[in-house]
Design a protein around this ligand. Structure first.
Ligand SMILES: Cc1cc2nc3c(=O)[nH]c(=O)nc-3n(C[C@H](O)[C@H](O)[C@H](O)COP(=O)(O)OP(=O)(O)OC[C@H]3O[C@@H](n4cnc5c(N)ncnc54)[C@H](O)[C@@H]3O)c2cc1C
Length: 340
């Protein structure tokens, strides 16, 4: 039974969040969220903001499943508003294109164009950030020094890396307070497309333990790729399971929802972003009240160490946010070193 309010019933569960969040969107400019005029929204959780926008209790329950963050209570309304404002602004530029042979061909080509190859498999364990130079020590004993450095380690990981040279306590607090969305992706291998047997779409949005099932095209499998995508608070009970339990739970849930999948599907690769030690989560978000408190501290240079990464974006978000912040730091370094 659809328990949504009459004016919400026509909206699919996956669309509720942006529909209600962007109702009477007060932001115009992409950098508006940094203006003092919007500080009152910074103080609000998503639950408070969406309730104020008229969301029914059932819409709130469904949005708490789908929210691309931890949950409605720890999500900062202004942070989600500004990111979604950007996504919709970006979508106005027309449909996106995909990179032929996969996105990594682009980054591989960028890496290959460098004078010195990218050093892979290096885990930074200590940083010495002095005003006129930075030294980085790696777990394998190697060290790198330079007049300046751009640090793109996500705040969830960075907060635990020792840095000598004096990170202000409030800045470390700013990294600690960043709440990174938790997510797990479970990929299914299948003999034949079960959705052609039962005639229903392969994609599913559910409020069960596996949350979303997405079917996407693949360059290696003509039948595409099917994955379950679980994010936010729903990740916690799954993280308490052994891998064997998680695999069994995922398969059982898929077959419960789609009996036609029985015997045709296996669980393949599982990628857990929340436990992956080099990200410990998905996209970083501010908690309520934290934009005003920390936005200028998260990426403030420490000595000659500058910061980049999506969590330091000012106008864009996601990958574009990472690129935007990197450009800002490159310009700041060139200005400091007198090369601009
Ligand atoms: C499943 C998923 C889907 C997404 N889809 C999209 C999308 O469609 N569009 C979009 O714009 N964004 C998307 N994003 C978000 C996007 O991937 C991020 O915003 C972007 O990658 C952030 O870039 P970054 O450089 O800040 O951090 P990252 O890409 O996380 O890079 C940080 C790097 O630091 C390294 N690192 C961490 N710790 C250490 C250490 N101690 N020593 C050395 N290296 C370390 C990591 O290995 C990593 O290479 C998605 C993210 C996920 C997880």
């Amino acid at each position: 039974m659809n328990r949504l309010a009459p004016d919400e019933k026509a909206i699919q569960p996956a669309g509720l969040f942006t529909h209600i969040l962007l109702k009477d969107d007060p932001l115009t400019d992409l950098a508006d969220w940094l203006k003092p005029a919007f500080r009152s929204i910074d103080q609000m959780s998503l639950r408070q903001y969406l309730t104020e926008k008229g969301a029914s209790p059932e819409a709130l329950r469904l949005m708490d499943v789908g929210v691309p963050g931890w949950d409605l209570d720890t999500g900062n309304a202004l942070d989600f508003l500004r990111k979604n404002h950007y996504y919709f602004w970006e979508a106005k530029n027309g449909p996106y294109s995909v990179v032929r042979d996969g996105t990594s061909t682009l980054t591989d080509a960028m890496g290959a164009s460098l004078k010195r190859p990218v050093a892979l498999d290096k885990r930074v364990v200590h940083i010495d950030a002095a005003p006129h130079g930075v030294s980085v020590a790696c777990a394998d004993g190697s060290k790198y020094s330079a007049r300046a450095c751009i640090n793109t380690i996500p705040p969830t990981v960075l907060k635990d890396i020792p840095i000598s040279g004096g990170v202000p306590a409030r800045q470390r607090e700013a990294w600690q307070r960043q709440r990174s969305d938790q997510s797990i992706q479970i990929f299914f291998e299948f003999e034949e497309p079960f959705w052609e047997k039962d005639g229903l779409p392969a994609n599913m949005w559910t409020d069960g333990p596996m949350e979303f099932f997405a079917h996407t095209p693949s360059i290696t499998n003509p039948e595409g790729v099917l994955r379950a995508y679980i994010n936010g608070r729903a990740v916690q009970p799954l993280n308490r399971m052994s891998e064997a339990e998680l695999r069994a739970t995922a398969l059982k849930e898929l077959v419960r929802l789609r009996p036609a999948a029985a015997g045709l599907v296996r669980v393949g690769h599982i990628h857990n972003w929340s436990t992956y030690p080099f990200s410990k989560g998905h996209i970083a978000n501010f908690m309520p009240g934290d934009i005003g408190r920390y936005v200028d501290l998260v990426g403030a240079p420490v000595g000659a160490m500058y910061f980049a990464g999506e969590h330091n974006s000012r106008t864009t978000a996601g990958i574009e946010g990472a690129c935007e912040s990197a450009e800002n730091s490159v310009v700041a370094i060139l200005e400091t070193l007198g090369k601009a």
